[in-house]
Design a protein around this ligand. Structure first.
Ligand code: UN1
Length: 509
């Protein structure tokens, strides 16, 4: 078999051990591909070799999911919630192992990996509570002896496409809601992080079994764009929830629209923060650094554009430089590391390209040095003083680059925040109530997430997550985002003996 001749990562046996402890059986490996080559970003070496799901198998999984859905959708919602509760309990029980797997496969520092698993647990708690609150409205009918109301029903099979950077939490946002809403799931994880997916999927299988439900309610398909395409195009898939790049979302959104199916898109972000003259500088500094360099700049909510009031600009940039000079970059498993590796060498290259472009425009670049190439893609986060709002500052580069610019008036800063094709997340740092409220108002940041005196990343479960414009418009996880996973019917019920028509229409026969 091909894997015998390959040099494996020193973390491969730990990953294999975690999977074994969780009861994950890897799909049998065939000599003929396509295969998925999984690398640990920690050392750039191979972590695992997996068999891809074929397009035909993907269609088959969807067909099985559809059959399972026919039964699952009639299980009372609170009982569906019980499955999600058991899943949450299993995730609690295996929190440390799951977090370690995230660190091995994505390169996140331990604390952030534990945080991601906590996000899965929080989502399960939220969804279980929701399973008794899938409320519809009742409205007064204009007709006597009539009842007008809406009811919510399961939608159909949900296809979930997730990105590498949150390989567990984003699935949980979707899966936990889709399940309590009575839908079966087919999950296509990022081709970079299938091990995290197989681990969580296995725990859901245990939960389904414990509660006496069919395994086909949830399945995982592994592979590249062809597998994703098969999932999107399968007629039984009624909603595709996709997280990833804006170009990917454009393809998925159009394919869904053509087939009149729903899409729920959570795409890129070119997130901004505004530091006003009255800001608490020490607080803003901590918030900015976490948002800009946390997860090595690989969150969709990462802070990429920072606008600083001119009165504070020189001092704030100097303080940022001082922090950036001492950022502990390195092995994410080490206790004092704050910045782990980038996912792969391609990410590192696109970061270097962006920095060169900025320099060519006359920007002043601090940091950004490549620390090791070939054995993991480690890089010093970069702080870039831009001459203007232009060039690479206008696009999302999935790496720790923070572009900074001064501003004079809040109106100017808000215009800069909004001069982006994306609209995910924005923050303001101020002690002026009027500035804060203006920023959150309709005249403020055109984003799905607008924060005051905290950074752009690290949203908690409970609020709806997602953004405007090229971010895709979807809202996931909290608030009433469950409605995307159900279909609404409006019922008008006549409990009288006559037939009055609406709008006063007369039609006697
Ligand atoms: C993502 O990067 O796709 O708000 C999700 C945050 C996390 C989720 C990020 N709770 O930063």
């Amino acid at each position: 078999m091909p894997q015998q001749t390959i040099q494996y990562s020193e973390y491969a046996s730990t990953a294999a051990h975690i999977l074994q402890t969780l009861g994950v059986a890897l799909p049998p490996l065939e000599a003929a591909g396509p295969h998925l080559f999984i690398h640990s970003p920690i050392d750039g070496q191979r972590l695992a070799l997996l068999q891809c799901t074929t397009v035909a198998q993907t269609r088959q999984q969807v067909a099985q999911a559809q059959q399972a859905q026919a039964v699952w959708q009639h299980v009372p919602a609170p009982q569906r919630g019980a499955v999600v509760r058991v899943l949450g309990d299993l995730v609690r029980q295996h929190k440390a192992a799951l977090a370690e797997l995230i660190s091995l496969e994505v390169g996140k520092i331990r604390s952030e990996s534990l945080g991601e698993v906590q996000e899965v647990i929080d989502m399960c708690d939220f969804a279980q509570g929701l399973s008794r609150q899938l409320y519809g409205l009742t409205m007064p009918s204009e007709r006597p002896e009539h009842q007008l109301r809406e009811t919510w029903h399961p939608l159909g099979v949900v296809g979930i496409i997730t990105a590498f950077n949150f390989p567990m939490a984003v699935w949980a946002w979707n899966a936990a809601l889709a399940l309590v809403c009575g839908n079966a799931l087919v999950w296509k994880p990022s081709e970079k992080t299938p091990l995290c997916a197989l681990a969580l999927h296995q725990l859901l299988q245990q939960a389904l079994q414990a509660e006496g439900h069919a395994p086909a309610i949830s399945s995982v398909v592994l592979g590249h764009a062809d597998v994703g395409q098969a999932l999107v195009e399968a007629p039984a898939v009624r909603l595709v929830s996709a997280t990833g790049s804006t170009p990917m979302g454009r393809v998925v959104g159009q394919a869904c629209a053509q087939r009149f199916k729903r899409s729920l898109l959570e795409l890129g972000g070119n997130n901004a923060a505004v530091v006003c003259a009255s800001a608490d500088v020490a607080l803003a500094l901590r918030a900015v650094v976490f948002a800009a360099v946390g997860t090595a700049g690989q969150r969709c909510t990462t802070l990429r554009r920072l606008f600083i009031h001119r009165s504070l600009y020189a001092d704030f940039v100097q303080r940022l430089q001082a922090v950036y000079e001492h950022l502990p970059v390195g092995n994410p498993l080490a206790a004092d590391t704050l910045v782990g590796p980038l996912i792969d060498s391609l990410a590192l290259e696109s970061m270097q390209v962006a920095l060169l472009e900025a320099q060519a425009l006359g920007a002043q670049v601090y940091g950004g040095e490549v620390l090791s190439h070939g054995r993991g893609s480690y890089v010093d986060p970069a702080l870039v003083e831009m001459p203007s709002h232009s060039g690479p500052m206008l696009r999302e580069t999935f790496a720790p680059i923070l572009y900074v610019l001064p501003f004079d008036t809040l109106a100017e800063a808000i215009a800069l925040v909004n001069a982006s094709e994306h609209g995910l997340s924005a923050s303001i740092f101020t002690h002026d109530l009027r500035e804060a409220e203006l920023f959150c108002s309709a005249a403020g940041a055109e984003c799905g997430i607008v924060n005051v005196n905290i950074g752009t990343s690290g949203a908690e479960i409970g609020g709806a997550f997602g953004g405007e414009k090229a971010t895709g418009g979807g809202r996931e996880a909290g608030s009433d985002s469950w409605k995307a996973y159900m279909r609404r019917t409006t019922n008008t019920i006549n409990y009288g003996h006559s037939l009055p028509l609406a709008q006063g229409v007369r039609f006697e026969v």
